[in-house]
Design a protein around this ligand. Structure first.
Ligand SMILES: *[C@@H]1O[C@H](CO)[C@@H](O)[C@H](O)[C@H]1NC(C)=O
Ligand SMILES: *[C@@H]1O[C@H](CO)[C@@H](O)[C@H](O)[C@H]1NC(C)=O
Ligand SMILES: *[C@@H]1O[C@H](CO)[C@@H](O)[C@H](O)[C@H]1NC(C)=O
Ligand SMILES: *[C@@H]1O[C@H](CO)[C@@H](O)[C@H](O)[C@H]1NC(C)=O
Ligand SMILES: *[C@@H]1O[C@H](CO)[C@@H](O)[C@H](O)[C@H]1NC(C)=O
Ligand SMILES: *[C@@H]1O[C@H](CO)[C@@H](O)[C@H](O)[C@H]1NC(C)=O
Length: 697
């Protein structure tokens, strides 16, 4: 009796499973379905897709860390959801690391899995913590135990960033830092987007959170085949091959109108759209399923304005009836609309007043020289944000044109929370007072929106990063020198006004039409630095950050000098900041300098003239000084600017034959000979003097 009752059920189950499973294989483990190409045991899976099932716990086979699986899917997206342990590093009261787990797990021994870059993000918890996984990381910072807030993962105690594609390891590198008693442990983990919400108490994770769910993309990656190169795995009829976007290889999908398992013969079967919900397969009329699609028609006597898959079917009224109805409805609607509009205007007015106040309008009202644009004006200026210029650190940037035809850049900022709103306005006040040719001018702002919008002068040539690495444009050495001088002057001016930039990098040095450099994104960085800046996807940007700042959290003018040194290196080498075996242009350059006493082998290959090389050599030496580990060993920004100006002056005299220049220690001329001459000037390793015959006369 028992078996008789069970039999039909089993049969039913078998027919349903035959679409997703190899015959005779275990369909699930611990409540997790195991569709082919996954499988448990010999002959049940494709090679590399083995799943182990021990005591009702499914784990990814061949992966050392017994990675627990919570779900496996084949279509519509090839995904595996797994749990990985959280990496941490704990310190004792003297700041020494006493306990740690680095999270390392090789997800790629069988060449199948990649951590999904679209479905996950990296979180870092701690009080002065920088964690890097491969090339990305972020900094969580807090100077007392109470500053971290539940739900706010924006730098204080917690930060998060997007991850790049191609990750196969969960390894976290914790940067060393000073001791912080209220924060004994740092944590780093990749987690499925939307699953984790920061809680201040998690800074003292007590063992209740030990692992996090994350999504892996999987694909068939044998011999790195792509769809174009031919495939034999998408065996079902009505299946298609799709190239992987996360790592090499491809995967299969059922074509539109079919569902099931494309990896099995006859695995993709027709969808009966009519039996599904309206949301999934809309139809406002009578639905009829067809092979691979469905038909939708209005009943007799009814019609739709267009396709009944999108529009309601209504009775075919005579024209006069429709007209009467239309007029009646129109009058009714018009009346309603006027009422609504009046209410709306009242509401908007009230809302605007509140917004203005919220965004620090009262502080800015004191400043007379700033133009305060209304939301409407800004919409007009930017043609409703129709010309995006790019994404800045804190929000989007759009091109705009003022009524007097001046071109401007309008930046929308991230939402500023209540606590920081006043600070934001104060900082804007500071920015408005900055008047220097090499500092991007703030022309006005708009505070009526939820997010502040700032109007800046427009720099037509784009950022130094684009000029150096994106546009394929020749850059003569004297132009590079001018860009270096202008940028140094701009930063030096800011420092003279007690402003630290905090985020010096080629993206933030903009170039006007005549290549005059303009320092941008400063000041506000001070306010936002711990909240939003580090939470951007900062692939590369970490490399510009002064290690002293990283370790102490204290931003000094010398931190800007360090970052500027990195910019100089990029300017003379035209190489990206992430470069070479060590992944750091700075380390590679230092190494070359130590071994060869010259940076020549790393200079931009486009620069060949002997005189040009001399200039680059001098800038390189200055950069090396800026990049000194100890802040005291670095020049200040004024000295950097002066040195660069001197270089230009001497370069000019050199070109006119008034001076002869040598790079000290590089050219064949001995330093001793040169330094004996009273007219010798030394700037950053470039020795220049009046030629011998003239000096004697
Ligand atoms: C902290 O750890 C370091 C290294 O293990 C050790 O030398 C030091 O004595 C420890 N300090 C305390 C207070 O336990
Ligand atoms: C991570 O930790 C494991 C074991 O603790 C160790 O074998 C491995 O070398 C570490 N990996 C790195 C890159 O530090
Ligand atoms: C994975 O493990 C299975 C046994 O569990 C073994 O037969 C297979 O060769 C391994 N595959 C790889 C690629 O190491
Ligand atoms: C996060 O994932 C865990 C493990 O699967 C689950 O129990 C929890 O409900 C998820 N939380 C959210 C907010 O999605
Ligand atoms: C697979 O096909 C379905 C149905 O056509 C589609 O919705 C889904 O986006 C496809 N998946 C991928 C990864 O392209
Ligand atoms: C501006 O664009 C938004 C969405 O992009 C749109 O909703 C709005 O109607 C547009 N406004 C104007 C005045 O064009």
């Amino acid at each position: 009796m028992h078996t008789a009752f069970l039999l039909p059920l089993l049969l039913l189950a078998a027919t349903a499973e035959s679409l997703t499973l190899k015959p005779g294989c275990q369909p699930s483990c611990g409540g997790v379905n195991i569709p082919y190409p996954f499988g448990i045991g010999q002959g049940c899976s494709r090679a590399g897709f083995e799943i182990q099932c021990n005591n009702g716990k499914p784990t990814l086979g061949n992966i050392s860390d017994n990675t627990q699986v919570t779900s496996l899917s084949v279509t519509p997206r090839p995904e595996a959801r797994v749990m990985l342990r959280v990496a941490y590093q704990c310190h004792n009261s003297t700041g020494a690391a006493i306990d740690n787990y680095n999270g390392s797990v090789d997800l790629n021994p069988t060449g199948v899995y990649r951590i999904s870059d679209t479905a996950n993000e990296l979180f870092v918890l701690g009080c002065n913590t920088m964690v890097i996984t491969n090339s990305i990381g972020c900094v969580a910072y807090a100077d007392n135990a109470k500053s971290a807030q539940d739900g706010a993962c924006a730098g204080i105690g917690c930060c998060h960033v997007d991850i790049p594609p191609g990750l196969t390891d969960n390894l976290m590198r914790f940067m060393p830092h000073a001791k912080q008693e209220f924060c004994p442990c740092d944590y780093g983990f990749i987690v499925e987007k939307g699953n984790y919400t920061f809680r201040a108490q998690d800074l003292h994770m007590d063992g209740s959170i030990t692992s996090m769910p994350l999504r892996l993309d999987w694909a068939i990656r044998d011999n790195s085949l792509s769809c174009a190169k031919g495939y034999s795995t998408c065996v079902s009829a009505n299946s298609e091959c799709i190239d992987s976007t996360n790592g090499p290889g491809y995967f299969c999908n059922c074509t539109k109108g079919y569902e099931g398992n494309p990896y099995l013969d006859k695995g993709c079967t027709n969808i009966n759209e009519c039996a599904r919900t309206r949301q999934e397969f809309p139809c406002y009329g009578k639905c009829r399923d067809t092979d691979g699609s469905y038909e939708c028609k209005c009943r007799v006597g009814y019609e739709a304005n267009g396709d009944p898959k999108e529009n309601i079917c209504h009775p075919q009224f005579p024209f006069a009836a429709r007209l009467a109805l239309g007029i009646g409805l129109g009058v009714f609607l018009l009346f309603g609309a006027v009422q609504l509009a009046i209410a709306r205007i009242e509401h908007d007015k009230r809302k605007l007043a509140v917004q203005f106040e919220k965004n620090g309008g009262n502080i800015l009202k004191e400043i007379t020289e700033v133009t305060i644009f209304t939301e409407k004006e800004l919409t007009k200026i930017t043609k409703n944000n129709s010309e995006p210029l790019g994404k800045g650190n804190f929000g989007n940037v759009y091109k705009g044109t003022l009524t007097d035809k001046t071109v401007v850049a309008v930046k929308s900022y991230i939402k500023v929370d209540d606590a920081r709103r006043k600070e934001f306005a104060e900082e804007m006040k500071v920015q408005l007072k900055m008047t220097h040719d090499n500092v991007l001018k703030l022309r006005g702002c708009c505070l009526q929106l939820d997010v502040p919008m700032l109007v800046y002068e427009f720099a037509g040539k784009g950022s130094l990063r684009e000029i150096l690495h994106v546009k394929d444009q020749s850059l003569p050495v004297d132009l590079r020198l001018d860009i270096a001088i202008g940028s140094a002057k701009g930063l030096s001016y800011m420092h003279s006004k007690h402003i630290r930039h905090g985020d010096v990098k080629p993206d933030n040095i903009l170039l006007a039409d005549n290549f005059v450099p303009k320092i941008s994104d400063f000041g506000l960085s001070k306010v936002l630095i711990v909240t939003e800046y580090f939470t951007q996807n900062i692939i590369g940007a970490i490399s510009y950050i002064d290690p002293v700042f990283r370790n102490t959290g204290l931003l000094t003018p010398k931190s800007d000098v360090y970052s500027f040194g990195a910019v100089l290196l990029e300017l003379i080498s035209r190489k990206p900041i992430i470069y070479g075996k060590t992944g750091s242009l700075i380390i590679e350059f230092r190494h070359i300098y130590e071994t060869e006493k010259s940076g020549k082998s790393m200079f931009d290959l486009g620069i060949v003239a002997e005189k040009d090389i001399l200039i680059l050599e001098a800038i390189g030496k200055l950069a090396i000084r800026c990049l000194k580990e100890h802040q005291d060993d670095r020049p200040d920004m004024t000295e950097v600017a002066d040195q660069l100006v001197n270089l230009k002056v001497k370069f000019g005299r050199y070109l006119t034959g008034e001076y002869a220049c040598y790079s000290s220690g590089v050219s064949g001329t001995s330093d001793a000979t040169l330094s004996m001459q009273s007219s010798t000037l030394e700037v950053s390793g470039l020795l220049c003097s009046q030629p011998m015959n003239q000096a004697g006369s």
